[in-house]
Design a protein around this ligand. Structure first.
Ligand SMILES: Nc1ncnc2c1ncn2[C@@H]1O[C@H](COP(=O)(O)OP(=O)(O)OP(=O)(O)O)[C@@H](O)[C@H]1O
Length: 249
């Protein structure tokens, strides 16, 4: 379509995925993510959320339909943060720059900037095992930001954190989103997390994942923590939960 390349960072068109062993993970996904849009993907366990992110990242190919990315660089944040234990925080954050062949000076500059952004400047020389779960997730975020992504893919990044840390990191992520304004796709099991973070929410059915509900989230940024207790927040969360219950029925 004329002009589409300029208005979408990522688009799925009738995209499906059937793995080699016959598992049908995703079916007929139509989804467009515009630059600067924050899309949360919610769905029951095993419905194909990670598969959707792997398709978005180009880590695996669609077996039906197509997936198109119009972005120069993609950042990926995994649930288990996937840090290399023998490397320092800074060396972990530099890793992708190293793999891309950036000069030492440039990757160090980008790493230090990203570490500063996530508030870990005092821990650049620490090893991951000496950090808390929340701090390790900040390192993982810094590593993704250091590639200066215009599309950031996050696979349930805060799922294993306690509630306070989780809420703090949600605010932190929105601060980074405000600064860098990447397009984001954020997979989560948590309805509240989706409503707090996203500009748009899509709900997937049980496997094979199909989109069974979608809505915009109209709250402006920055979003204060108290937003979670507002009637409008509850109304949207209620709608998403209803779709999800239908999805899981
Ligand atoms: N490489 C693979 N080969 C075969 N089946 C796979 C493969 N990867 C994932 N699956 C299956 O595809 C389905 C969707 O998996 P996926 O990890 O995308 O779901 P998910 O929604 O992210 O799950 P969860 O919420 O539990 O993390 C599951 O049944 C899973 O077992």
């Amino acid at each position: 379509m004329p002009g589409q390349a300029a208005t979408s960072a990522l688009s799925f068109s009738g995209a499906g995925k059937r793995y080699d062993d016959g598992t049908h993970a995703l079916d007929k996904i139509d989804l467009t993510v515009a630059p600067g849009q924050f899309v949360a993907v919610v769905g029951p366990s095993g419905c194909g959320k990670s598969t959707l992110l792997r398709l978005a990242a180009g880590l695996t190919d669609a077996t039906e339909g197509s997936v198109r990315r119009d972005t120069a660089s993609v950042g990926y944040v995994f649930q288990d943060h996937a840090l290399l234990p023998w490397r320092t925080v800074r060396a972990n954050v530099e890793l992708l720059g190293e793999l891309r062949g950036l000069s030492r000076a440039e990757r160090r500059r980008r790493a230090d900037e990203a570490i500063e952004l996530v508030g870990l400047a005092d821990f650049a020389h620490h090893r991951p095992r000496t950090l808390s779960g929340g701090m390790r997730m900040r390192v993982s975020l810094a590593r993704a930001l250091a590639v200066q992504p215009d599309l950031l893919l996050l696979d349930e990044p805060f799922g294993t954190l306690d509630e306070i840390t989780r809420e703090r990191l949600q605010s932190e992520l929105l601060r980074l989103f405000g600064l860098r304004r990447f397009a984001a796709v954020f997979v989560t099991h948590s309805v509240g997390e989706a409503v707090f973070l996203a500009t748009r929410i899509i709900v997937l059915s049980e496997r094979p994942g199909r989109i069974v509900g979608a809505c915009d989230v109209p709250f402006p940024y920055p979003r204060p923590p108290e937003l979670r207790f507002s009637p409008d927040f509850a109304r949207i969360a209620g709608q998403v939960s209803a779709w999800l219950r239908g999805a899981a029925a």
